[in-house]
Design a protein around this ligand. Structure first.
Ligand SMILES: [Zn+2]
Length: 172
């Protein structure tokens, strides 16, 4: 089931999300809904707070080539364990900040730990777009958006555009 995506500014996007102590069928269903919502958008990542659930859960799939098989990933309680000194700059966007893009610098390679859908601990290294995406999504769980890396003026400009967009949508 597709879920509505919250648009910035929203207090739920600024919250530090709660850790997930135990998996349940309800949480697995939530992860499925998030993947469906993400693919439909379309986007390459989605964090639970973006659909108003302030728990530590993210989904992503950075396979962009249609000829390649999709690689959906579901991560409960994801955590960056190690970051490279080497940095990478990507033009980032966010499903909660539609049609706004800006360059953000982040570590190029990160090692991430998480719990998978079966409740097993997992660990893997991410590079390139995957590394950027996983860091962007984990930021969401800490109430941080990619625009928080931008200069205040640029951030305010984007926030005003989003306020206007929300007013327009509310009127429809
Ligand atoms: Zn985002």
């Amino acid at each position: 089931m597709k879920r509505p995506i919250l648009i910035h500014p929203d207090p739920r996007l600024k919250k530090v999300c709660d850790p997930i102590p135990d998996l349940s069928d309800e949480l697995r269903k939530l992860a499925d809904d998030m993947l469906e919502t993400m693919y439909d958008a379309p986007g390459i990542g989605l964090a639970a707070p973006q659909i108003g659930v302030t728990q530590r859960l993210i989904v992503m799939d950075c396979v962009k080539d249609d000829k390649e098989a999709p690689r959906p990933m579901v991560m409960f309680n994801p955590e960056v364990l190690q970051s490279s000194d080497e940095k990478n700059v990507y033009e980032e966007g966010c499903l909660s900040i539609p049609d706004q893009y800006a360059e953000v610098e982040r570590p190029k390679i990160v090692r991430v730990g998480w719990m998978d859908v079966n409740g097993n601990p997992q660990e893997a290294e991410f590079d390139g777009l995957w590394a950027t995406c996983v860091q962007h999504e984990i930021d969401h769980l800490n109430g941080k958006l990619f625009i928080d890396y931008l200069k205040p003026l640029k951030r305010q400009m984007i926030t005003r555009k989003m306020q206007k967009l929300k007013r327009e949508r509310a009127r429809v």
